[in-house]
Design a protein around this ligand. Structure first.
Ligand code: CP
Length: 311
């Protein structure tokens, strides 16, 4: 699909995108990655546009990368958090978004604890809405940068075996990666304790494994996920120590991997829980490459969505 054929003003999730649309974003991200590595080149595609980052949950990587991405495209960027907004005074999300539009926003990047908030906003106001993570539903920009990083290292992901290990049940990263990777032809295994990796995920095209060694054996890449305590109202395993004993990845267990298997993690890492420090900092880990690629991928998302006239 050519860039000119892109027609979406909002990016709500990877479930709704075709393989061609995912490929279009990743192709444009490659162009921007080349441009930002050359200091003489500056993209002015969003000159005069206002991008508002509305982050109603904590974030380090996503928020900073969206800010850098927008500034790299010469947009004006305004970032607000839940605590510094009038949401704390009882204003609704709808009123907040309508006021942000009235102030001249050309796109809103939103992170919210409730699944479906970006979809609601996209139906409420006529401004591009970019989902920066909604509850346990989707985190499309994260999955796109994960797939971009996988493609840089593995070439096409079609036919590649990707294991996502950890708290799948509460993970928007896992869901977006599952949609994106399977659409591009990868074979995805979701692994972890049965309480966090229910068999229902097989209905989304994944293989489910509750056996750590089995899930690692022939993987081309393993993506670790932290335990998302903030979304769990009850305990899904006896203790963190027991989780680490059963499913934590460490240098000894990395012997179960093929020698060139990549290690990914969307962050934040809980060192010593889902992954030990030595492995997180080892040459096979591409965790900080993922973070860096987040800038070019988010430039592509903002450029494509914020310059689309009608969808
Ligand atoms: N991966 C991710 O979403 O990180 P942040 O919460 O720091 O944005």
């Amino acid at each position: 699909m050519e860039i000119d054929s892109w027609h979406r003003k909002s990016l709500l999730g990877l479930e709704e995108l075709s393989a061609d649309e995912i490929g279009c974003i990743l192709k444009q991200a490659s162009v921007f990655k080349r441009e930002i590595s050359s200091p003489d080149e500056q993209s002015r595609y969003l000159k005069g546009k206002r991008i508002v980052n509305l982050f109603l949950e904590p974030s380090t990587r996503t928020r900073i990368a969206f800010e850098i991405a927008a500034k790299s495209l010469c947009a004006d960027v305004i970032s607000i958090s839940g605590k510094s907004s009038s949401l704390t005074k009882g204003e609704t999300l709808k009123d907040t978004a309508m006021n942000i539009k009235a102030l001249g926003a050309d796109a809103i990047v939103v992170r919210h604890s409730s699944a479906g908030s970006p979809l609601f906003l996209s139906k409420t106001i006529d401004v591009p809405i970019i989902n920066a993570g909604d509850g346990a539903h989707e985190h499309p920009s994260q999955a796109l940068l994960d797939i971009f990083t996988l493609q840089e290292n593995l070439g096409s992901v079609a036919g590649k075996k990707i294991t996502i290990l950890g708290d799948i049940l509460f993970s928007r990263v896992a869901r977006s990666n599952l949609w994106g990777l399977t659409k591009l032809g990868a074979e995805v295994t979701l692994a972890g304790p049965s309480t966090l990796v229910p068999k229902q995920f097989e209905g989304m095209g994944a293989r489910v494994s509750h056996d750590l060694r089995d899930s690692l054996a022939d993987a081309d890449a393993v993506m670790l996920l932290r335990i998302q305590h903030e979304r769990q109202s009850s305990s899904h395993f006896p203790s963190l120590a027991e989780y680490t004993t059963m499913f934590g990845l460490n240098m000894a267990r990395s012997q179960w991997l093929k020698p060139d298997t990549l290690i990914l993690h969307p962050g934040p890492i809980n060192r010593g829980v889902e992954i030990d420090s030595e492995l997180a900092d080892s040459p096979r880990a591409v965790i900080l490459d993922q973070v860096k690629n987040g800038i070019a991928v988010r430039m592509a998302i903002l450029y494509l969505c914020a310059t689309t006239e009608n969808d």
